[in-house]
Structure formats: C-alpha cells, structure tokens
Design a protein around this ligand. Sequence first.
Ligand SMILES: Cc1ncc(COP(=O)(O)O)c(C=O)c1O
Length: 337
Amino acid sequence: MTATTLDRVDGFGRLVSDTPTTRLDITINDIPRTLRLKLDGHNIGGSIKARTAYGLVRDLAQRGRLEPDTEIVESTSGNLGIALALLGKYLGVRVTTVVDPLITDGALRRLRELGARVEMVHERDNNGGYLLSRLGRVRQLLDSDPRRVWTDQYNNPANPRIHEMTTGPEMRERGALDLDAVFLAISTGGTLAGVSADMKQASPSTAVVAVDIDGSIAYRGTAAPRRVSGIGASRRSTFLDDWMIDDFRSVTLAEMAASCRAMLEEHGLYLGASSGAVLAACLRYLADTPDARDVCCLCPDLGEKYASTIYNTAWLRSAGCSEEALSNHWLPVRASG
Ligand SMILES: Cc1ncc(COP(=O)(O)O)c(C=O)c1O
C-alpha cells in the first residue's frame, strides 16, 4: 500500500456524508412523541452502505491488500455492491458483486451502469435464503484468481467500526441529546453493532432496538423464504451480541409495505423497504412503551429501487399481501408538525 492509495480512499471517505435527519411530531395513545428519521438514502450511492464500503476498502488499503490489479469481490443484496462499484470507479479498481434474484431491478441496473461485474446465484440455500449460495460463489471466485480480495462485510470488524465512528455519533448529535430509543434494521448486523457500541458508551440510557423481517435468522427467528432484499439474513450475524440489543422486533412483509406506503402518502417521504420495517417496529414499540418520547429510526435507503416490489400493488398481492392486510397494519399516527 502507498500513502497515495490510502489518501485516495480517504478522498472517497470525504464524500460519504453526514446525512439529513427529518423530524415528525406524532401522537400515539394520546402521548406526543418525536420521531426522527435519519435518511441515509441521501448518502453517496443512495444508501448507508457508502459508509460500509469506505470502512471495508480503507481496511484493505491499510493491510496492503489494495493494488492497481486488485479485483474486489463481495456478496451483496445490492446496496453495498453499488457503493463498492462507485468506490472502485473512484480508485480505478475492478469490482465483482455476487447477487441473487431478490435484488431489485434498479439496483441491478445501477451495478451494471457503474461497470461492476455481476455474478448471479440462483439456488436458494438450506435456510430458504440465498446468502450461503452467494458466499459459496465468492469462495470459488477467490480460489480461481489470486488478485481477487474479499472485503467480507460479514466478518470484517471494519464494518461495525465505521458505524461506531460515524453513524452512531451522527444519530446522537443531530437528534435529541438523550434519545429514548434508536431503531436499526439488521442483515450482517454491522450497522447495529457499531451504533450500539457508540450508544452504550456515549448515551447508555438509549434503548437499541434491532429490527428484522419474518423468515430471517440474522439474530433470532425461524428461517423461511423472504421476498425483499436488504434486511435479514439466512444465517446468524457474527457481529450481534445480546448486550448490544435492548429490544428485538420482527415485522411482516405487510407491515413493512404498509409503513412505506403510508409514509409516502401522508408525509411525502419515499423510503426503502428496510426503512418501512424499522418504522413499523418503531410505531409498535411506541404503542407499548409510553415512556419513549424521543426516538430515532435509521433509514438505510430510499424508495426508488423498490418501485416494482414494495410499492407495487400487483407484486404485493402476488406475495400474499391484500389491500385489507396492508390497511390493517398501519398504526394511524397524527402528525402535528
Ligand atoms: C436496505 C438495507 N437494509 C438493512 C441494512 C442493514 O444492514 P447491516 O446489518 O448489514 O449493516 C442495510 C445496510 O446497511 C441496508 O442497506
């Protein structure tokens, strides 16, 4: 590694932004609450994974694993691949992404536009997901060419570390001084592990709530096929530990979709599927936790990529979500500002 390589990576790091937080004043069970939404979909590349990509590739550079002929390989549900492809373009380094059929059309198109090589796996693994199939393909790619390196978002401590250094402090500093709770979607668990490490140290009274989708076993739960990418995993996270998580909520596809649609229709916020899950879990938590007055939801990406899935009535119906199921799930909240 040369100092120049690390400087180049840090040049990208300076583009990874302190994302906006918007605030909704809502009333649940007659109690006024402040709901803050940190919109990481406004980050470079359209998701929070800009941070993760920067942290992981900086780690490669520091370990001397980033040379001009290096090819970065990673398994991704879409967002990390897009962020790595952008960073690869910035550095002039090749990127290969291993994806699965749950990837949204928009994410797939973006990966190709950014010049990433895309390897699609088609076999579901024994837990009904695709993660283990993707990891098998990553292993084959690494074994067949020594110039390939794996950023390994699933095990590399650089993943949680970047969220401990940036995402957690931003949630605290742009929100209330004492947030009652923060809500985070889990997949690798890197975001939550990093944010929780920061919260436990700097704001120990803030409850850290992990949010997952039914069918995922990232933290708990029973494995089953899932229809949406980004949130969830078909194996346990290596980063998550009980001390980091004060509450755990798993949501259904209908709850997730209902929240996304309601946020668009009632508040003009076009949020990604995981953000819908986080909101659904947050509203349930607020309904059964009267003391929680000021909370923050981390919203990993925006809605565009999900136009043909979570925002599409025909797709939702094919996934078993009727209009009735959707309207039953949205907890009505009254915005007062
Ligand atoms: C859409 C989406 N959902 C959920 C997450 C949480 O992922 P992880 O647990 O891998 O940090 C992310 C990534 O940051 C994401 O982009």
